[in-house]
Ligand binder design. Structure first.
Ligand SMILES: [Ca+2]
Ligand SMILES: [Ca+2]
Length: 234
């Protein structure tokens, strides 16, 4: 794990270290608005950590509520869910008997099984490879794009670079890599922010690197943060 190329402006991708992770299944796409609505229609939009799971009041939210029924806004069924808190992401995962990935699991997956690649595609990230800030070429999206609009990495995982940041299980601390255990690291025991990975439509190419460590408060809901889920292999 870590910044093998020494391109980060932060110290938090150092020191470079090796970890072992146990086998997992990972969802190939970011969780969509359509999928999140199935969850909301079964469980409602509960308040957890002082915030509703999804912030329907924010104009960036791509889900609406009519009476008791939640549905994606027109044209956004297959776009990644946004404006969802960390608690909402965790609740969705647990509803399916799954969980959020640790950042170690996420990085291993983004790097197509731990390969030494700065971007999931194995080369330089171009407009044909991901939805990042701005538009051009195949990236015609100013905001989110439908999941799977760009080629997958070698593990068949889509949008590991860009589209939306993906919430992970771990708390964030800048120095965690200096004391991380070498098997199935779970992150610090407490903190103020949770990890998010992969960059988004709102961030530059460099922020879509496989190793960059983003962070966000667990009760925050933002228009460029979503998630995907994992399940342990039994
Ligand atoms: Ca874009
Ligand atoms: Ca993503």
């Amino acid at each position: 794990m870590g910044d093998l190329w020494d391109v980060s402006f932060s110290k938090d991708e150092q020191p470079i270290h090796t970890v072992k992770i146990s086998p997992i299944w990972m969802s190939k796409f970011e969780v969509t608005n359509a999928q999140f609505c199935v969850f909301l229609n079964e469980r409602g939009n509960a308040v957890e950590g002082g915030m509703p799971w999804i912030d329907l009041q924010d104009e960036d939210c791509l889900i609406m509520r009519r009476g008791r029924r939640f549905s994606p806004k027109r044209g956004y069924w297959y776009h990644p869910v946004v404006e969802v808190t960390w608690y909402g992401a965790r609740a969705f995962a647990e509803w399916l008997g799954c969980r959020l990935p640790t950042e170690a699991e996420w990085e291993y997956a983004a790097r197509s099984g731990g390969r030494n690649v700065m971007y999931p595609n194995g080369g330089m990230l171009d407009r044909g490879d991901a939805n990042f800030a701005g538009v051009g070429g195949k990236d015609s999206w100013k905001w989110t794009s439908p999941v799977g609009s760009f080629p997958p990495n070698l593990l068949g995982l889509f949008d590991m670079a860009g589209n939306v940041w993906e919430r992970c299980w771990d708390w964030y601390t800048e120095d965690y890599y200096s004391r991380s255990p070498d098997t199935d690291p779970q992150g610090p025991t407490t903190g103020a922010h949770r990890i998010m990975r992969g960059g988004s439509w709102n961030y530059s190419r460099l922020n879509c690197r496989t190793t960059i460590r983003g962070m966000n408060a667990p009760d925050d809901a933002v228009g460029d943060i979503g998630f995907r889920i994992v399940r342990d292999v039994e």
